[in-house]
Design a protein around this ligand. Structure first.
Ligand SMILES: Nc1ncnc2c1ncn2[C@@H]1O[C@H](COP(=O)(O)OP(=O)(O)OP(=O)(O)O)[C@@H](O)[C@H]1O
Ligand SMILES: [Mg+2]
Length: 412
């Protein structure tokens, strides 16, 4: 078209028909160009409107998702002023969105935690990743608009905008859960206290019966033995009928004395009270070796601290050893057992190991077996730990650790 215009202008100026045709063509072309431009402008406008509508719809969808979330969602701008506060946040913090928007984030944190929270937030802004859980090891507390504090779980995320860093916090009110956890923990503590009391009462009762048996019955039997010895001196020799009966009586009496001692010691070794843990442990291990075919080796430090133990600590260690040795005799099918007592540091430690069949995972959870559970309760009550598992030699190994001094005591 440009070439036609040029040719007309240069050569055909004298031909009015040609000039008129070219002018008409030019006009037509101009109109077509304007029509095309208008069509493009309209399309552009339509697309812009469509894009905006899609964006608005997407925003509306996002807002409705945020608003229908069960957890409180709060976004704060780089000055830590709230710019988003969803419906759940209104319910959790008992504060309307109108009141919350523009307020500092701090407003929903109890005053005593604000400083620390600000520090955490700044550190998270500098070094944290895009998001993380808040207060992993501790309970976090929030502040409702009416001044009530409540426990919460929260996660935080950050996004970098043109104006700076924006933080979004997702908060869950865990008041009910915390209440049930607290109740559960209180009940557990009460149960532990109760079971400790029951065990203590049982221990006292056993001690009383053991003492009675040992002192009262033991003395009576000794007196009877002396009387019988006196009688035997005056009776005919053992070969005769009377002498033989007396010898039989004496043997029976000896067996009765041994039985009484045995029952008394099984109930409670009085030497635990009279001589201390070392002697009681030595006697227990020796007696175990004599009564079973299992060879038991004891390593016991010559430490005077063992004689000055709290009665409850001594009782616990003794009962744990007694139950462990009984278990070895009953379940382990072992040939050897090792008992090692250690007193270094603030704890008293004891390892009991055997080379038997080894304990299985399911053995630890038998509902009707109370031996291990009882041990664990005793030890936990004193603030100690008890671990039981496979020994390197293949059998069972039990490790117990209890503080030598209980709360409120000082070493003298
Ligand atoms: N030294 C051990 N070697 C192998 N298995 C063991 C050993 N000690 C315990 N067990 C297993 O662990 C289970 C639980 O022991 P626990 O002392 O709690 O109960 P128990 O001895 O069966 O009964 P009780 O309540 O009379 O003590 C036992 O039944 C046994 O199977
Ligand atoms: Mg047992």
């Amino acid at each position: 078209m440009a070439a036609l215009n040029l040719a007309t202008f240069l050569g055909g100026g004298g031909n009015p028909t040609l000039v008129a045709v070219v002018l008409v063509l030019d006009a037509l072309l101009l109109m077509a160009s304007i029509a095309v431009a208008l069509w493009f402008a309209q399309r552009y406008e339509e697309e812009r409107k469509f894009g905006r509508a899609a964006l608005d719809a997407s925003h509306a969808r996002l807002s409705s998702i945020i608003d229908s979330a069960m957890d409180a969602i709060i976004t704060a701008d780089p000055d830590q002023r709230i710019i988003l506060f969803n419906r759940a946040a209104e319910a959790v913090f008992r504060c309307s969105r109108v009141d919350a928007i523009g307020a500092p984030l701090d407003r929903f944190i109890p005053a005593r935690f604000r400083e620390r929270h600000r520090g955490h937030l700044e550190r998270f802004g500098r070094t944290g990743g895009p998001s993380r859980r808040m207060g992993d090891a501790t309970t976090l507390w929030g502040l409702r608009a009416d001044g009530e504090e409540f426990p919460l779980e929260a996660s935080i995320s950050q996004t970098q905008g043109e104006a700076g860093r924006f933080y979004t916090v997702i908060v869950r009110d865990v008041t009910l859960r915390k209440q049930s956890e607290d109740t559960l923990m209180r009940q557990q503590a009460e149960l532990r206290e109760l079971s400790a009391r029951v065990l203590e009462a049982r221990e006292e009762e056993k001690t009383l019966i053991a003492r009675e048996l040992h002192d009262e019955l033991g003395q009576l039997l000794t007196a009877l033995k002396m009387d019988l010895a006196w009688l035997r001196e005056r009776l005919p020799p053992p070969g005769t009928e009377l002498g033989g009966k007396a010898a039989q009586m004496e043997a029976l009496l000896d067996r009765t004395v041994t039985s009484v001692r045995r029952i008394s010691a099984d109930l409670r070794p009085l030497m635990l009270d009279d001589l201390g843990l070392s002697d009681a442990v030595s006697w227990l291990v020796e007696d175990f070796g004599a009564r079973s075919s299992i060879k038991c080796e004891l390593t016991l430090p010559d430490d005077p601290a063992l004689e000055k133990l709290d009665r409850r600590v001594a009782n616990t260690v003794y009962r744990v050893l007694q139950e462990s040795l009984t278990n070895i005799a009953r379940h382990a099918q072992a040939k050897h057992a090792w008992v090692v007592v250690g007193t270094g540091g603030e704890d008293l430690r004891m390892d009991i190991e055997d080379d038997g069949r080894g304990i299985r995972e399911e053995d630890l959870a038998r509902p009707r077996s109370l031996g291990l559970k009882g041990m664990r309760e005793r030890v936990l009550y004193l603030g100690g730990t008890l671990d039981i598992g496979r020994a390197p030699r293949g059998g069972t190994r039990l490790h117990v650790k209890v503080p030598r001094l209980l709360e409120g005591e000082t070493e003298s």
